[in-house]
Write a protein that binds this ligand. Structure first.
Ligand code: MLT
Length: 433
């Protein structure tokens, strides 16, 4: 079988017969061979385990160039958005495709405030999880349950997407903070209309009757930045899950709940927790960096440096660079000295000067420094992935909306190459020996 590209079509030769396949080119020059008619025409499917080289859709939301470390939401550089925007402004941008005007922004802000509360009956749910229930499991259950309390969304969610999005973005923050309060056995703190999105979340998390919490602008700014950096990342595992589940026609809450479950995985959103646990291990082992660098290089050792390398970036993850600066700034401003940050910096320096890591493109990614910021803010480690979910939600909504609005969307249905037993004769139980 040979394959060659002839301009805007590709020729595939299978068993001596040639087929012409269209080439699709994206606005930034991405090229894809459209093989959607291949099976029907040739009897061949393509095999791409883990979909590493398979475009599952065309999308106008996020542009990612892994070779050059470029990330843009709706055409805007991530660096500029992280520097100049509010998270909810970026959420609006992702969902609508344009930055909000002042009126659009004020309206969205109003909706976020209006829908911040959780139906009181849902609050009883929290009492019935075991004390150590993982926060991501609680989050996915609660988000899925929203469809029982706000069923109007099931009928026509796209008609008033602002209301739908505001409901989800606002309530997920309340759910996350309430689940933390319940896990601590503390009284719930309700959302306050005078606080902005991030300030409100921090206040719901950390305010206590006897120890009132002061919302600090530096902490709000760091959280705002982290949420923006996590807001979308094209067709990653959880977003592909949201799209795949959504393609079956299920409601938005259920699709997002499935995305939350995918994000829960230690190979996906759980990675920032793994970084902190690795840094703690190295710290407890007398800061013996060399030992862990050697272990990471040893193929027979299962140890891997968490927070280094990325499936699609072959250079620095642009989010990692921004987070590293934000981390330095926050710890300096709050006058926090975290031994884990020192270890992280030294590990990074060693790895970046070591041929083994450089030749394998193992640069720090988004997860490497984000956990240290969360620690400085006071977020417990088992809630790091919940924070990722809060950030990723607008991206999931935008991707779901894009898919639902596309008239060509079909239910997702990958194929397989069967490698099991060939047809065999059934043997009744009494003859099986
Ligand atoms: C993400 O932001 O979703 C992660 O970096 C994982 C990915 O994109 O594959």
């Amino acid at each position: 079988m040979t394959q060659n590209n002839t301009g805007n079509s590709a020729t595939l030769t299978v068993e001596g017969k040639s087929y012409t396949l269209p080439i699709i080119t994206g606005t930034e020059g991405d090229k894809a061979i459209d093989i959607s008619g291949l099976l029907q025409e040739t009897g061949y499917m393509t095999l791409d385990s883990g979909y590493k080289n398979t475009g599952s859709c065309t999308s106008a939301i996020t542009y990612l160039d892994g070779t050059n470390g470029i990330l843009r939401y709706r055409g805007y550089a991530i660096e500029e958005l992280a520097e100049k925007c509010l998270f909810i402004e970026v959420a609006y941008l992702l969902i609508h495709g344009h930055l909000p005007t002042r009126t659009e922004f004020d309206n969205f802000k109003y909706l976020l405030r209006r829908f911040a509360l959780l139906h009181e009956d849902m609050i009883h749910f929290f009492d019935h999880f075991p004390p150590n229930a993982p926060p991501m499991s609680i989050l996915s259950v609660m988000v899925n349950s929203l469809c029982n309390y706000y069923p109007e969304m099931g009928d026509d969610p796209l008609t008033n997407i602002d209301m739908t999005a505001a409901r989800l973005i606002s309530k997920i923050r309340t759910i996350a903070a309430f689940s933390y309060k319940k896990s601590m056995g503390h009284p719930l703190v309700y959302p306050r209309p005078d606080l902005n999105y991030c300030g409100n979340f921090l206040n719901m998390m950390f305010d206590k009757p006897v120890h009132p919490y002061t919302v600090q602008p530096e902490t709000v700014a760091a959280l705002n930045k982290l949420l923006i950096l996590h807001a979308d990342h094209e067709q990653n595992c959880s977003t592909s899950t949201v799209r795949l589940v959504g393609s079956a026609g299920v409601n938005l809450y259920a699709s997002i709940s499935a995305g939350i479950n995918a994000l829960w995985g230690p190979l996906h959103g759980g990675a920032n927790e793994a970084v902190i646990s690795m840094l703690k291990t190295i710290h407890a082992d007398g800061n013996n960096f060399k030992k862990y660098i050697d272990k990471a290089k040893d193929k027979s050792d299962p140890f891997r440096l968490s927070g280094f390398g990325h499936r699609v970036y072959k250079t620095y993850d642009p989010r990692g660079t921004i987070i590293q600066e934000a981390c330095d700034d926050l710890l300096l401003t709050l006058n926090i000295s975290d031994p884990l940050l020192d270890i992280a910096r030294q590990l990074e320096e060693i790895a970046l000067n070591d041929e083994y890591f450089v030749s394998r493109n193992l640069f720090p990614n988004v997860d490497f420094y984000s956990g240290i910021i969360y620690r400085a803010i006071g977020i417990p480690t088992n809630m790091f992935t919940v924070m990722f979910a809060l950030g990723r939600l607008p991206g999931w909504i935008a991707q779901w909306k894009e898919q639902q609005e596309n008239p060509n969307t079909k239910i997702g249905r990958p194929r397989q190459v069967y490698t099991g037993e060939p047809a065999r004769e059934f043997v009744p139980m009494n003859e099986r020996g």
